[in-house]
Structure formats: C-alpha cells, structure tokens
Design a protein around this ligand. Sequence first.
Ligand SMILES: Nc1ncnc2c1ncn2[C@@H]1O[C@H](COP(=O)(O)OP(=O)(O)OP(=O)(O)O)[C@@H](O)[C@H]1O
Ligand SMILES: [Mg+2]
Length: 258
Amino acid sequence: MRVEIKELRFSYGSFQVLKNICMAAGPMVTAVIGPNAAGKSTLLRCISGLLKADGEIILDDRDVKTFARRDLVKLLSFLPQETNGGAVLTVFEAVLLGRMHLLSWKVGDEDLAVVSKALDNLKIGHLAKREIGELSGGQKQMVSIAQSLVRDPRLLIMDEPTNALDLRNQMEIFELIRRIAHDKQITAIVAMHDLNLAARYAERIVVLKEGEIYSAGDPASVLTEEMLASVYGIKARVTIDENGIPQVIPLGPSEESN
Ligand SMILES: Nc1ncnc2c1ncn2[C@@H]1O[C@H](COP(=O)(O)OP(=O)(O)OP(=O)(O)O)[C@@H](O)[C@H]1O
Ligand SMILES: [Mg+2]
C-alpha cells in the first residue's frame, strides 16, 4: 500500500504539534525517529485515523477521510506505544481477538491456524495458555505484536514496538517485520528510538524535529553526525559498515546543549 502525506498539520487544542508534514511510504519498513515529544506518536495516530488532522493522507490514491471506519480497520493495524492487555484473557484468546474484525459468528480453523503461526513466529507458543496479566512486560509486548500481525494488515503502524524487549528479541522482531513487509508487500511505519536498529532494519528513515520533518531518506543519508548534533543535541561518530549500513556511536551531549 502506498501512503502519501501532504501538508499534514495537527494541534492538541491551541498547541500545534505537527507542522506541514509531507512524506511518502511504500511496501517496506519506514522508521520514524526523533527526540521525545517530537510528534512521532501523534503522527502515527493521525495516519491511523485516530486523530483528525488537517491536510491529506492518501492510501493507494484514496483520501483516508473517505474510508468508513470499519473499512479502515480492515486495512491497517495500529500498535500504540502504551498497551494494556485484558488481564483475564489467555495469550491465545487475546491474539485471536486481534482478528475480531475478520471473524464471522464462529472461529474457523484458519483463524486458529493464523494465531498459532503468529505465536510460533514470535516464539511465544509456550505462553498460549497463560493469562496476559501474569506476563512480564516484554512478554506482553510480544503478545501485542502478535495481535497486530494476525490482523493481516496492508498498512502496519507500530509505535515503539520493541521498547520493552531484550536485544535479541528486538532484532528478531524487526527481522520478522521486515520479512513480512517484503513477502506480503506491507507498508510498515514504525516509530523507534534505537537509531542503530533503524539503520539496520528500515529502508527509509524519517526524522522528526519539533513537529517538522528534518530529513528523510535511506539510513546512510539521514543518520549523519550533523543531524545527531542538531536534532538530538549529541556529539556522535557515524561509521559505515561493510554492508553500507551506518552505525551511530554516541560520544556525549554536544556543547550547545550543556
Ligand atoms: N493528548 C494530548 N494532549 C495534549 N498534548 C499532547 C497529547 N499527546 C501528546 N501531546 C503533546 O504533543 C507533543 C508530541 O507528543 P508525541 O507523543 O507525539 O511525541 P513523541 O515523539 O511520540 O514522543 P516520545 O518519544 O516521548 O514517545 C508533546 O509535546 C506532548 O506533550
Ligand atoms: Mg511517542
């Protein structure tokens, strides 16, 4: 699915958070990065249709405003930054609920198979019968990711999906998201803080600074020492590895922000 955003503006009351955002994303992984309060979550909520913004959001040549809510939920899956799962559901039941909008009056074999496969893909099959309320923070996050994936979306929007996960799980989740994006031609837009993870798993990076796009492009063109100084206020060294992937080594706060 092709996503095109034109002159997007959004305010909470009189506080303008997003100013003239123009960006596009196709079937691949696009990372949205930027400091705290830059507007990443707000942007993702606008793209998901949860917040009504000024400007245009075009999904495959059609303005998002012309979609009925129920058609939009079939098309896209939004994983918010904060999730609180229903404590009395088992993991299997909770993930199955992710397919609610696809279910008829009964749960079919295909639904059960999709849920089982998602749990296997995320290596949380052993948790299937456990109650959500008794899981660790990272395990809950894995369940939320599973709920997002079983929806079979064409547009996958995730807000810091791996912030509670250990290094290995972070890498495995992003590997999985990238594989799904490629195999199923899904457009994934993912807000994240880990720049090296973004460099490794995103084809494109969009940098938000104070509600505006500072830069956008492939990781090597975006993750520059100059960007890190002016957007994040840090001194950093950026090296490019043998695969052309930039690696950010933070050295400390830059002088101006001291
Ligand atoms: N519901 C709200 N009402 C009023 N202001 C809000 C609301 N949600 C967010 N804001 C403000 O909008 C700005 C952008 O917030 P947003 O959550 O989009 O940032 P973010 O880039 O996702 O930050 P973080 O990295 O901390 O998650 C912040 O100044 C925040 O205080
Ligand atoms: Mg956020």
